[in-house]
Ligand binder design. Structure first.
Ligand SMILES: Nc1nc2c(ncn2[C@@H]2O[C@H](COP(=O)(O)OP(=O)(O)OP(=O)(O)O)[C@@H](O)[C@H]2O)c(=O)[nH]1
Ligand SMILES: [Mg+2]
Length: 296
C-alpha cells in the first residue's frame, strides 16, 4: 500500500512572477489575489490540495523585496522567511528569461536554507517565442544551487501544473493530514472580503495608491440568505481618498460592485458590501497600526 504523505510547500520569488496565480491553479480555486502590479500579496496564505495519497499545503508568500523601505515591506519580507522554516519543499518561482538582481536576492536567501527540497519553477513559458531560449537561462541559474527539480510551467495556461503537483507530492514526508479533507485554506471569510476589495482597488488605481492602501473589515454578518460586509479602505492622504471615491463616488461604486461579484462567487451566497474610505497618515510605517490592520 502507498504510504500517505503530507507537508508544507512554500511558493517564493520576486514580486510579479506569478506565485499567486500558481497557487490558485494548484488548488483549483481563486483564494489569492492577483494583479499586473508588483507587491500584490502581503500575507502568507495556505492553499490545501488533497488527493488519495497526499495532502499538500501550499503557502503563497509576498514577493521578496530587495531593500524594504517601510515597516509594511519588512513585514512582507518576514512572511517569506518565516515560511521557509517549517516547509518541506520550496518552489522558487522565476519568470522565463527575466532573471535579474531581484531573483539573485531570493537565491541568496535560499543559499542559507538547509535540508529543504528546492524546485526551480520557471513560469510564463507561454510568453516565449523560442522554447530553446529557456535552456541557456536554466543552466546559468541551476549552476548556482542544487535544485531537486527544474520545471517550466505556465500558471496562466495551466501548462505542467499537474506534473508539478505530482513531483511535489512525491517529495513530501510520510505524515497524517494536517487539515480536514474538505478544507482548502487556513484563512477565514473576513480575510477574503478584505483581500478581494483590495484586489479591485489595485486593479482600478494607479501609481503609488495601491501600495498605500489597506482594507479592514469592520463588520461581517452571515445571515441565512445574505452576507453583510462593512469594509474600510485606509489611505495615506486626502488626495488618495478623493481618487478612491472618484467623481460622484463613481470609482468606489465600481470597485464595490466588482468585489461583491467575486465574493458572491467565493461564498456562493448573496453579498451586501458597504465601503468607507478613511485616512491614516503613514499607516504603512507604523508597527502599531499595522497590527491593528491585521499584519501580525
Ligand atoms: N503570460 C503569463 N502571465 C502570467 C502567468 N502567471 C501569472 N501571470 C501574470 O503575471 C501577473 C502577476 O501575477 P501574480 O500571480 O499576481 O504574481 P505574484 O508573483 O503573486 O505577485 P506578487 O504577489 O506581487 O509578488 C498577473 O498579471 C498574471 O496574470 C503565466 O504563466 N503567463
Ligand atoms: Mg502574489
Amino acid at each position: 500500500m502507498t504510504e500517505y504523505r503530507a507537508g508544507h510547500v512554500s511558493i517564493i520569488g520576486k514580486p510579479n512572477v506569478g506565485k499567486s496565480t500558481l497557487l490558485n491553479q494548484l488548488i483549483d480555486q481563486k483564494i489569492s489575489i492577483v494583479s499586473r502590479k508588483p507587491q500584490t500579496t502581503r500575507f502568507n496564505i495556505n492553499g490545501i490540495k488533497n488527493s488519495t495519497h497526499y495532502q499538500i499545503i501550499y503557502v503563497d508568500t509576498p514577493g521578496l523585496q530587495l531593500n524594504p523601505k517601510y515597516s509594511l515591506n519588512r513585514y512582507m519580507n518576514k512572511e517569506v522567511t518565516n515560511s521557509l522554516v517549517y516547509v518541506d519543499v520550496i518552489l522558487f518561482v522565476v519568470e522565463a528569461l527575466n532573471w535579474n538582481k531581484f531573483d539573485e536576492n531570493v537565491l541568496k536567501i535560499l543559499n542559507n536554507v538547509k535540508d529543504k527540497k528546492i524546485f526551480l519553477v520557471i513560469n510564463k513559458i507561454d510568453k516565449l517565442k523560442n522554447k530553446d531560449d529557456l535552456l541557456g537561462n536554466i543552466n546559468d541559474i541551476s549552476n548556482q544551487i542544487g535544485f531537486e527539480e527544474i520545471i517550466p510551467i505556465s500558471a496562466l495556461r495551466r501548462k505542467n501544473i499537474e506534473k508539478l503537483e505530482s513531483l511535489v507530492g512525491k517529495n513530501l514526508p510520510a505524515s497524517e493530514p494536517f487539515y480536514p479533507r474538505e478544507q482548502i485554506t487556513d484563512r477565514n471569510e473576513r480575510f477574503f472580503a478584505a483581500e478581494f476589495v483590495r484586489e479591485k482597488l489595485i486593479e482600478r488605481l494607479n501609481k503609488e495608491v495601491p501600495h498605500q492602501l489597506s482594507v479592514t473589515i469592520d463588520d461581517f454578518k452571515d445571515s441565512k440568505n445574505i452576507i453583510h460586509i462593512n469594509a474600510c479602505i485606509w489611505v495615506e492622504k486626502q488626495g488618495q481618498k478623493n481618487i478612491v471615491i472618484g467623481k460622484d463616488g463613481k470609482v468606489l461604486k465600481e470597485i464595490g460592485i466588482n468585489a461583491r461579484k467575486e465574493l458572491e462567487n467565493l461564498y456562493d451566497k448573496k453579498v451586501n458590501l458597504k465601503t468607507w474610505v478613511k485616512i491614516k497618515s503613514k499607516w504603512f510605517d507604523s508597527k502599531t497600526i499595522l497590527k491593528e490592520f491585521g499584519y501580525s
